[in-house]
Design a protein around this ligand. Structure first.
Ligand code: CA
Length: 247
């Protein structure tokens, strides 16, 4: 069942634990290109070329990261992302999206992807994002166990909270965003700072910041009474976002 795992490379033996990545991509040239690059960088890579195969591997294998294409035969990447998220809100997922399609990016992030890489991507950009996601997952031990935001007690370990008697669930990444904003609630935090501190990207990387805005929009829908007029997760014009926490 796990027969297609790619062999380990001889170098990079200093890595304490070899990270496992699942690549779900139907275009063979892109798939093999991704596998080659990731194996070269010392990752243990498995792959799938169809939606159903990708879903099965994603749900049964333990992966540190899933790279997920959207248009796939049998089942699309959105459905896979949704199903995987239902099972495991900790699973890091990066969507591979067509550069031109804003809708794809928004939809993927709404369904719980941590980030996206626009196609065609540069190898360097891809590897930097992969490294950032892997560096960040497993981080966050310094987070408070409970966050109090607008009368909602949020359990940062179980990734849930209760608002007006209804349970709200969060992804790991959403909790990391809230925690970082809570720790810095005396000021506005810029998108660039969030990308650097929460997503782990180097500050000088020329990244699109759509990811941050969509995560903020999702959080507002979850915690605000009226997400169009936020009172907790507020925008400070020209500066970024600020979280209003109980003192
Ligand atoms: Ca495809």
């Amino acid at each position: 069942s796990e027969s297609k795992r790619t062999k380990q490379t001889g170098h990079w033996h200093l890595m304490s634990k070899q990270m496992r990545i699942l690549v779900v991509e139907d275009e063979e040239a892109i798939r093999t290109g991704l596998i080659d690059v990731l194996v070269f960088h010392g990752y243990d890579v498995d792959s799938a070329a169809t939606g159903p195969d990708g879903l099965e591997k994603a749900l049964t294998g333990k992966f540190d990261l899933i790279l997920l294409d959207i248009m796939l035969p049998g089942m699309d990447g959105y459905e896979i992302c949704n199903r995987v998220r239902t099972e495991d809100r900790n699973q890091p997922i990066i969507m591979l999206t067509a550069k031109t399609s804003d809708e794809e990016i928004v939809q993927g992030l709404k369904l719980g992807a941590d980030d996206y890489v626009p196609k065609p991507f540069s190898i360097q950009q891809l590897v930097l994002r992969v490294e950032a996601v892997l560096r960040r997952s497993g981080a966050g031990q310094e987070m408070a166990r409970t966050l109090c935001v607008g009368g909602i007690d949020i359990d940062t370990e179980n990734l849930n909270g209760c608002k007006d008697g209804t349970e709200i669930t969060f992804t790991k990444r959403e909790i990391e965003v809230l925690s970082y904003l809570a720790q810095n609630s005396d000021r506005a935090v810029s998108r660039e700072e969030l990308l650097s501190k929460v997503w782990g990207y180097a500050r000088n990387l020329d990244l699109e910041t759509r990811t941050v805005d969509i995560h903020i929009a999702k959080l507002r829908r979850k915690i605000e009474t009226d997400n169009k007029a936020p009172e907790l997760l507020i925008t400070v014009r020209g500066a970024g976002y600020r979280l209003v926490v109980e003192s």
